[in-house]
Design a binder for this molecule. Structure first.
Ligand SMILES: Cc1cc2nc3c(=O)[nH]c(=O)nc-3n(C[C@H](O)[C@H](O)[C@H](O)COP(=O)(O)OP(=O)(O)OC[C@H]3O[C@@H](n4cnc5c(N)ncnc54)[C@H](O)[C@@H]3O)c2cc1C
Length: 466
């Protein structure tokens, strides 16, 4: 647990309590979860069982059928695995604004300590700074999102090349399976009355009963949960890892893992993925360096930025050259200009860009290579850089299953020069890297991708669905 555990308040462990509470905010899983294991360690020391609490509220911005369905689909897997281990589990679905909003605090009143996920964005980041001061009981945040804990890096890294050697040095120490503790005290009490039982059959009904935006439909491709995540991982190992280095930038080849939604909601850990990839590569004599570069170096660079940036949704932390070039080119004429609505509805003149936007609308993520093009074109077609940034974040918040993640903000800001270098001066972009339709056409099979997305739109049949 070295460098993973942070105490969030000065409160003491409560005596005469009933359990240790693990509040699963982001890492909604039973396996490879350092926070859960830390809660079990505390429970064993204190002679108490552990209760895992998972909540889902209708009140966060853009709560919709897609995000709710994915999260709720994860509940049965987590519940089953935890209960097998002897950990108590309770899931609260706050369907209406008028429903109780104090369920967590009531659980805290009977707990010796609270353990939760250390996470630098989204609701968890806000909770972790506001809740510990109110609960009056020792509260710990545990980093189980990164392989090398975020706290190993004291300052904001400039780019991948600055964090890469540091990660390489620390990796031997941290790239090892999370401990799996044996519980000394199994959970034997009744479930709290608020618990909502989720089955494969009742998910649509539960989602329909929530006061959320029902216009954003569940993803055509991705079903939530740890079992689905492990199926994706196995599929990736067997069908794509060997092709990844060469084909990852050819979207029609389907050579990437599609694990980002599962990593975002914590249905699988990057540690579990990295270890599985390493083992498979060793067994099959493959080189997995390109994939591990994305999963570890790029992803953990994003967590580093999200944790230490002062302006995660703004331009304030961009390198000087990027801010200066934006100032110099702010007045450049944009032609054509599209409104946010036209772009949201995929109604530009560019068939490739429209297909990428439709992929976001239908699947809830965009292939990584075209996602860069998607972002760059939004800069080109928006009235101001700020409008472009707001639109990219807004579309992710509403539609992306992997949105609101450290990767979301960092990669959107990459389109504006973050972690990149200056290129050649040109209109609108200044020194920021530019991406052109002709380049995409030359380097990738854009027709195959456009046809695939058109087929998906017409039939609802998704080749990405497992
Ligand atoms: C404008 C823009 C917005 C983006 N928004 C998001 C987002 O909301 N959420 C998100 O997870 N990623 C985002 N990315 C990064 C990247 O596109 C996705 O992580 C990747 O496409 C996810 O697909 P995959 O799981 O098949 O990736 P794989 O290629 O299979 O990679 C495995 C994992 O490595 C990590 N990874 C891959 N590429 C990157 C990268 N460039 N930076 C950091 N980590 C990476 C992800 O966790 C990914 O799941 C964005 C990129 C751009 C250019």
């Amino acid at each position: 647990m070295k460098n993973r555990v942070l105490k969030l308040n000065d409160a003491e462990i409560r005596q005469n309590a009933d359990y240790v509470l693990y509040w699963a905010q982001m890492n909604r899983r039973a396996k490879s979860n350092h926070a859960l294991e830390y809660a079990i360690e505390l429970g064993n020391e204190l002679g108490l069982p552990v209760l895992c609490y998972e909540g889902l509220t209708c009140t966060y911005e853009n709560a919709n059928d897609r995000l709710h369905t994915f999260v709720i689909e994860g509940v049965p897997d987590t519940q089953e695995l935890l209960e097998k281990r002897g950990v108590g589990y309770a899931f609260y679905l706050r369907r209406k604004r008028s429903d109780a909003n104090d369920v967590f605090y009531k659980l805290v009143d009977r707990s010796a300590a609270v353990v939760t996920d250390d996470y630098p964005t989204f609701i968890a980041a806000a909770h972790n700074s506001s809740v510990p001061g109110k609960v009056g009981v020792a509260t710990f945040a545990v980093d189980s999102s990164c392989i090398v804990p975020m706290r190993c890096f004291e300052k904001r890294e400039y780019a991948a090349y600055t964090i890469r050697p540091k990660i390489a040095k620390l990796l031997p120490e941290y790239l090892e399976a999370a401990p799996q503790r044996k519980l000394k005290h199994r959970w034997r009490a009744e479930k709290p009355a608020f618990h909502v039982e989720v089955t494969a059959g009742n998910i649509p009904e539960l989602v329909a009963s929530c006061e959320i935006d029902h216009s954003v439909k569940p993803s055509a491709a991705y079903r939530g949960g740890s079992a689905a995540a492990e199926r994706r991982l196995s599929h990736f190992l067997d069908c794509s890892l060997a092709r990844y280095a060469k084909a990852r930038n050819e979207p029609s080849q389907h050579a990437t893992s599609n694990l980002s939604p599962y990593l975002h909601f914590g249905h699988i850990s990057s540690l579990q993925v990295a270890l599985a990839v390493k083992d498979y590569a060793a067994e099959h004599k493959l080189v997995a360096d390109e994939f591990l570069e994305e999963l570890i170096v790029r992803r953990e660079l994003a967590f580093n930025y999200a944790r230490l940036a002062s302006d995660i949704k703004g331009f304030g932390d961009l390198p000087d050259w990027a801010r200066k070039t934006m100032q110099a080119h702010a007045g450049d004429k944009r032609d054509p200009l599209f409104t946010a609505k036209e772009m949201e509805e995929a109604k530009t003149y560019d068939p490739l860009w429209n297909a990428t936007q439709k992929e976001l609308l239908l699947r809830g993520k965009i292939h990584g290579y075209y996602r860069m093009y998607w972002g760059k074109k939004i800069i080109e077609w928006s009235r101001t850089y700020q409008d472009a940034l707001d639109l990219m974040i807004g579309l992710h918040d509403r539609y992306a299953l992997d949105g609101r993640d450290p990767n979301t903000y960092t990669n959107i800001l990459w389109c504006f020069g973050l972690h990149d270098r200056p290129w050649f001066d040109r209109p609108i972009f200044g020194l920021m890297r530019y991406m052109a339709f002709d380049g995409m056409k030359r380097k990738t099979n854009i027709n195959a991708y456009i046809q695939e997305i058109a087929w998906l739109e017409q039939t609802g049949n998704d080749p990405e669905r497992l």
